[in-house]
Ligand binder design. Structure first.
Ligand code: BTN
Length: 263
């Protein structure tokens, strides 16, 4: 069972987790976190966890299927003092924290697909959705939403996404303790966040590159208005994906959906 009491027993952060809210069910932990954040003077570090979501959100307007009792769905509110163009690095720090802990806890070779998918054996086991809200009175607040398929079987999913999706349990062939995983991810995220605030972007990029499964591969990148193909060559100063096209030119992609093409 996933409970706030169990989590507080194993996790204590300085910034993250100063208030932890647990819901049996909510629409989307990102939405709930924003609502709660609006009521607080200083919302940074609030963590919202749900056992199930009725309207879980994925990137690019997709749904995040959120069955009860099996997975992790949680959101951390952050208010980083970073230039707007560096916000992508919050996603990077989150992906590094999640991937590091999955590797340590399960021994599985989890990897990051740019910008924020967590893959195991080429299939999606987790995703990150960072959303920002700002108002005239307040500096922008970020909802860092994380969904991890922990003990889910594929029966809970629609047929069309089963072939590209997996869970830790499917890959490891044993149940994984959700509270331990969550506590360790929050600990690791706080560590990465503090480093980023200290200006240690280089260390974060090095770590992201070590854990990524995108760079060096042939990729197809679907953007809002077009799709390009080429080789994923590296990461730019703002976390954008640099793609070398067949013409020899490079393109910097700020937002898009990457498919890795198997050679
Ligand atoms: C993706 O499309 O890969 C991002 C998925 C993010 C899902 C998580 S689950 C917790 C948080 N609340 C949401 O509604 N979405 C994120």
């Amino acid at each position: 069972m996933l409970t706030k009491e169990k989590l507080q027993h194993i996790f204590k952060g300085d910034i993250i987790g100063k208030e932890i809210l647990f819901y049996e069910s909510t629409s989307s932990t990102n939405e709930t976190a924003f609502e709660i954040g609006r009521e607080r003077e200083d919302p940074e570090g609030i963590v919202v966890i749900a056992d199930t979501q009725t309207c879980g959100k994925g990137r690019m307007g997709r749904n995040w299927i959120s069955p009860p009792g099996v997975n992790l769905y949680f959101t951390v509110l952050l208010r980083p003092h970073l230039p707007l163009e560096e916000i992508q690095f919050i996603t990077f720090a989150t992906a590094v924290a999640v991937t590091t802990v999955i590797r340590e806890e399960t021994g599985l070779q989890a990897g990051i697909k740019w910008p924020n998918d967590i893959l195991i054996n080429g299939k999606k086991a987790g995703g990150i959705l960072v959303e920002m809200k700002s108002s005239r009175e307040r500096m922008g607040i970020l909802a860092v939403g994380i969904g991890i398929n922990v003990n889910m079987s594929l029966n809970s999913l629609p047929e069309e996404i089963r072939t590209d999706t997996t869970s830790l349990n499917i890959e490891k062939r044993e149940d994984i303790d959700r509270v331990t995983l969550l506590g360790k991810i929050l600990t690791e995220l706080e560590k990465g966040y503090k480093n980023l605030l200290k200006g240690n972007k280089g260390a974060l990029i090095t770590e992201w590159l070590r854990l990524n499964s995108t760079i060096g591969n042939s990729v197809k990148v679907r953007m809002q208005d077009r799709t390009i193909s080429g080789t994923a060559e590296g990461i730019g100063d703002r976390g954008e994906l640099i793609v070398r096209l067949s013409s020899g030119k490079t393109e910097s992609v700020i937002a898009g959906d990457v498919t890795i093409i198997k050679g």
